[in-house]
Design a protein around this ligand. Structure first.
Ligand SMILES: NC(=O)c1ccc[n+]([C@@H]2O[C@H](COP(=O)([O-])OP(=O)(O)OC[C@H]3O[C@@H](n4cnc5c(N)ncnc54)[C@H](OP(=O)(O)O)[C@@H]3O)[C@@H](O)[C@H]2O)c1
Length: 307
C-alpha cells in the first residue's frame, strides 16, 4: 500500500512510498483511510524522527477488517479514530476503543479533523467543571484546538472570549459566534473562570494574572515556543484558589477516546459543532499542506483526502 514515511532526502523530509500493510493486534480494526488531518504536535515529531517514521494519528474511513477479539465496529462501518501512527496511508490499524462510528451527516473530511484537536478541546474544557454562565478564555482561538474549544464552550453555556494572534484573525474568530475577541490579554480582560492556554510565553503569564477567584488556567500548548515568567503574586486576583494545570490529552484516559469521538461526531451531525477546515487537499499534496501549517498560513484544521 502507499503511505507516508519520513526521509531526510525527500522534499519536506516526507515521502509517499510503497509500504507494508498494517499488522493489526487482536484489538485493532483496520481502516481504509478516506481522510486524515495534520496536528501541530506532529510537525515537531516529523523533525524529531526524520528517518523512517510513519506519521498520522487522526483518521476517518471505512473498516476493512474488524478486530480479531470481537471488539469495536464491524467491517464496512464508517469510522473516525486515533491511530498511534501510520495514518497518512491507504490503510492503518487503530485500537477498537479509539474509534467511533460516524453519523451519515458527517463527511470523512470533517471527521478526520476531530480526533486530537477535538478531544483536546473537549477534555481540556472539562477541567473547568460546569461551564454554564462561566467566563472562558480560549487562546489560539483560530487554531485547530481553539476553533473546537470556542464552539464547545459556547455550546456548554460559557461566556467565551477568543484570543487571536492579530487583527487579521479577528473576523475568523467572530465567525465562530464570539463577540469578544482580543489580541492581547490586557488588565481589563476577564476576569476568567477558565483559560484554555495554547500559546505560552507572555500569553500564559497574562492569563494567570487575569484569573477570577478560584479560576484555572489549563495549559496544553506552547505554540509560541516561549517559556513564561510567573511568580506567586500573579495569582493574587485569583486568590483564594487560583490554579495552573498542565494538560496532556494522552494522559486523560485513551480507553474512552472512542466514546468522546462519538460525542464530537454527534455534535457535528446535529450542527452544534462545525469543523473549521482551513485547508483541504488531495493526499498527494501532503508535503505542501504540512508546510502551510508550519508557516501558519492555515486556520482551523489541515485535512488531506483520498479521492
Ligand atoms: N497537550 C496536549 O495534549 C495537546 C494536544 C493538542 C495540541 N497541543 C498543542 O497545543 C497547541 C495548539 O495546537 P493546535 O493544533 O491548535 O495548533 P494550531 O492549529 O497551529 O493553532 C495554534 C494557534 O495559535 C496561534 N498562535 C501561534 N503563535 C502565536 C503567538 N505567538 N501569539 C498568539 N497566538 C499564536 C495561531 O495563530 P495563527 O493563525 O496566526 O497561526 C493559531 O491560532 C500546540 O502547541 C500543540 O502542540 C497539545
Amino acid at each position: 500500500m502507499l503511505g507516508h514515511i519520513t526521509d531526510p532526502s525527500a522534499e519536506g523530509g516526507l515521502a509517499r512510498r510503497d509500504l507494508p500493510e498494517p499488522e493489526p493486534q487482536e484489538h485493532d480494526v483496520v481502516v481504509e483511510v478516506a481522510a486524515y488531518a495534520v496536528n501541530r504536535g506532529e510537525l515537531a515529531l516529523l523533525q524529531g524522527r526524520p528517518d523512517g517514521w510513519m506519521p498520522g494519528q487522526d483518521v476517518a474511513g471505512t473498516v476493512t477488517r474488524a478486530a480479531a477479539d470481537g471488539t469495536g465496529p464491524a467491517a464496512g462501518a464508517r469510522v473516525v479514530g486515533v491511530a498511534d501512527g501510520g495514518g497518512w496511508s491507504e490503510r492503518v490499524a487503530v485500537p477498537s476503543h479509539r474509534v467511533a462510528l460516524l453519523p451519515a451527516e458527517v463527511s470523512y473530511a470533517q471527521a478526520a479533523s476531530l480526533p486530537v484537536a477535538g478531544l483536546t478541546a473537549l477534555r481540556a474544557l472539562r477541567t473547568g467543571g460546569p461551564l454554564l454562565g462561566r467566563r472562558v478564555l480560549v487562546t489560539g482561538a483560530t487554531g485547530g484546538v481553539g476553533t473546537f474549544a470556542v464552539q464547545l464552550a459556547r455550546s456548554a453555556g460559557a461566556l467565551v472570549t477568543a484570543h487571536v494572534s492579530g487583527s487579521s484573525r479577528v473576523e475568523q474568530a467572530k465567525a465562530l459566534g464570539v463577540t469578544d475577541v482580543i489580541t492581547e490579554i490586557t488588565d481589563d480582560a476577564g476576569p476568567f473562570d477558565l483559560v484554555l492556554e495554547a500559546i505560552g510565553g507572555r500569553v500564559l503569564a497574562d492569563a494567570v494574572r487575569r484569573l477570577a477567584p478560584g479560576g484555572q488556567v489549563t495549559a496544553f500548548g506552547i505554540t509560541s515556543g516561549q517559556r513564561s515568567e510567573i511568580a506567586f503574586f500573579d495569582f493574587a486576583q485569583a486568590a483564594p484558589g487560583g490554579r495552573l494545570e498542565g494538560f496532556f490529552v494522552y494522559r486523560t484516559g485513551e480507553q474512552t477516546f472512542g466514546e468522546d469521538l462519538a460525542t464530537l461526531a454527534a455534535l457535528v451531525a446535529d450542527g452544534r459543532l462545525l469543523p473549521q477546515l482551513g485547508v483541504v487537499r488531495d493526499w498527494s499534496e501532503t508535503v505542501q499542506a504540512v508546510d502551510l501549517l508550519r508557516r501558519r498560513a492555515a486556520t482551523g484544521k489541515v485535512v488531506l483526502t483520498r479521492g
